[in-house]
Write a protein of this length. Structure first.
Length: 230
């Protein structure tokens, strides 16, 4: 006689699950990327401010950046205190939600600039730093984008044109080593200076892809550094 094979019980029929729900709490190792949805009023006013800026109010910033983009301008003098307050809140929020135990760092806004990307321009993979600190947070805010990014250069089953890609550096087979996003207007991504990131080119359009990037240094109070130095 052959013994009937018993199938394992699943779902609520399993006696171990009666009166109990198995909880899940992910513990993440590595680097966080935080995505905010910014107010459209802020996005629209930054776009209007930039479109109406006089040439003397825009400082070409190409020599300080990695991008192969013709129009890259510093806008520190154009952002209002209220705008900076929003950005500072996002950077502080990153530290609060992603690194709540790292209370020794203070957030200090550094530099903001606009990347006005035309078709066939691109931003090669790079990291950020500043003259004051090699530790900090960078960001990308999508302000304006083409209706579409044109025909894929190859393998149109995988969309990359105009996409932002971020790399975490981990090569573990079960980890997520990179994230590619089709950023929408109002999306604001915050990540550490050390995260590699870049933007793929696009084609066949006269529309621009406009983003704002803002660097925020993470500094330690002088008294803390004095303690470390004895």
């Amino acid at each position: 006689m052959s013994e009937e094979t018993k199938k394992p019980e699943t779902g609520m029929n399993n006696p171990y699950l009666k009166g109990h729900q198995i909880g899940i709490t992910p513990l993440v190792l590595g680097t966080y990327v935080l995505k905010y949805n910014m107010p459209m009023k802020l996005v629209n006013e930054i776009n209007e401010m930039y479109d109406n800026a006089k040439p003397i109010e825009l400082t070409p910033w190409n020599d300080n950046l990695a991008g192969k983009i013709e129009e890259e301008n510093n806008i520190d003098n154009l952002l209002t205190p209220q705008m900076n307050e929003i950005f500072m809140g996002c950077f502080s929020g990153y530290m609060k939600h992603c690194l709540p135990t790292r209370t020794q760092w203070i957030t200090v806004l550094n530099t903001a600039w606009i990347n006005e990307m035309k078709d066939n321009e691109y931003n090669p993979f790079h990291t950020h730093s500043s003259a004051k600190s090699e530790i900090g947070l960078s960001s990308v805010l999508m302000l304006k984008r083409p209706t579409n990014y044109g025909k894929e250069y190859a393998n149109d089953k995988i969309n990359t044109n105009g996409h932002l890609e971020l790399g975490g550096g981990s090569q573990d087979v079960l980890s997520i080593a990179q994230i590619r996003v089709d950023a929408q207007v109002g999306d604001f991504y915050v990540f550490p200076y050390t995260v590699t990131h870049g933007v793929y080119p696009f084609n066949n359009t006269n529309q621009k892809r406009r983003t704002l990037s803002y660097n925020c240094d993470l500094l330690r109070p002088v008294k803390d550094m004095e303690k470390d130095n004895g």
